[in-house]
Design a protein around this ligand. Structure first.
Ligand code: NCD
Ligand code: ZN
Length: 350
């Protein structure tokens, strides 16, 4: 990182948790990410999901077809773990460079997760082969038991699922995706090996009041759900202190406005567009700009054992606030952009 007054040059960032969907929405949302990111871990929860190496290969070529010529952007594909996942296919796909990780959705935990995992213990043999091949497992860490309060589902997952799994397979490399609680942050901090966590911009900036106080604001509804302020503060601590185990995963999850504003509205925040500017402002507000590059550009690459990007990204602090459009128009309809509800002065130098 080099810093002049009001200017900051960092290694080009990556996004370690991203939903880009497919077809028209994919074409519309991709540029929001490759404007600032060199690589992104692409989530496999399409309809139908990315289940096999062959699916991932064909999704990768569709994504590459949606990238403007001259743009260098590398989609890093993942497979969607089900009770039927074949270890041979996972290991071969990883070794051939088709995928970078496997995603575990507990069945019913979130958008398009109904094909997900119902009995993790039965998958231990597959996970053991992943462990031997050093393939990362990315976990949506929430239990789905309807008896458990939605605000407690992450903490309960750690106790009921993650701890037993890590005792059984201590060498399995795991990323706890989009952590939202102080329990998750301290669990990661207390473990020494093979465990990282992504954190989203929205969970760093907002608590649940923004979604529920005075009015219901569906564009802030995501899963795991926004939590109370004490949890947000624990996430801020984790992200801004330079700890290598925490890195950016935007969890940018575009849904058409019609699907969000509905009697049964979808979970997901579309935040890819200005994620870096917003994070620069947040880190600046907290006096932590010197740790921005680690969080957005270095720690994730270290975890995935990938080289740092050679390209740089320069940010500058303007005198005027960044104008953020409210929506992105697509062939299929509008998608509302994440509004961080704070003034953002940092901008990307073109
Ligand atoms: C994601 C989506 O829409 O695919 N939604 C969300 O609220 N984050 C799924 C997920 O990552 O949980
Ligand atoms: Zn996600």
């Amino acid at each position: 990182m080099t810093a002049k007054q009001n200017q900051l040059e960092i290694t080009k960032p990556d996004d370690w948790h991203l939903h880009i969907r497919d077809s028209e929405i994919m074409k519309a949302v991709l540029p929001a990410t490759y404007r600032w990111a060199a690589r992104a871990i692409i989530m496999p929860n399409l309809v139908p999901p990315i289940l096999t190496g062959a699916d991932a290969r064909s999704y990768a070529s569709k994504i590459k077809g949606g990238i403007e010529s001259g743009v260098e952007f590398e989609p890093l594909l993942t497979l969607y773990l089900t009770q039927d996942t074949q270890a041979d296919d996972v290991v071969a796909s990883y070794q051939q460079g088709i995928i970078k990780a496997v995603k575990l959705y507990p069945a019913g935990a979130t958008t398009n997760s109904h094909n997900g995992v119902t009995d993790i213990k039965k998958l231990y043999p597959v996970l053991a082969e992943m462990s031997d091949a050093a393939i990362p497992l990315l976990i949506h860490g929430e239990v789905t038991d309807p008896e458990i309060d939605i605000f407690d589902r992450e903490a309960v997952f750690i106790e009921q699922i993650l701890q037993p799994l890590r005792r059984e397979l201590p060498n399995l490399r795991i990323v706890m995706e989009h952590i939202t609680t102080k329990q998750a942050a301290s669990y990661v901090l207390n473990e020494s090996q093979n465990l990282g966590a992504t954190i989203t911009p929205h969970h760093l900036i907002l608590n649940r009041n923004v979604m529920l106080s005075g009015a219901i604001r569906p564009h802030y509804y995501c899963l795991p759900i926004l939590k109370r302020e004490t949890h947000r503060l624990a996430l801020i601590d984790a992200a801004t202190k330079g700890d290598k185990r925490f890195f950016l995963g935007t969890d940018s999850a575009p849904h058409l406005d019609g699907a969000k504003i509905d009697v049964c509205g979808c979970a997901g925040v579309f935040n890819a567009t200005f994620a870096v500017e917003i994070l620069a402002q947040l880190f600046d507000n907290l006096g932590a700009l010197n740790n921005l590059e680690g969080f957005v550009s270095l720690h994730g690459a270290d975890f995935y054992e990938l080289p740092y990007n050679k390209e740089k990204l320069t940010l500058f602090k303007s005198d005027t606030t960044l104008e953020m459009p409210k929506t992105l128009q697509t062939e299929d309809g509008n998608i509302t952009l994440f509004d961080p509800r704070m003034p953002v002065y940092w901008q990307i130098l073109k």
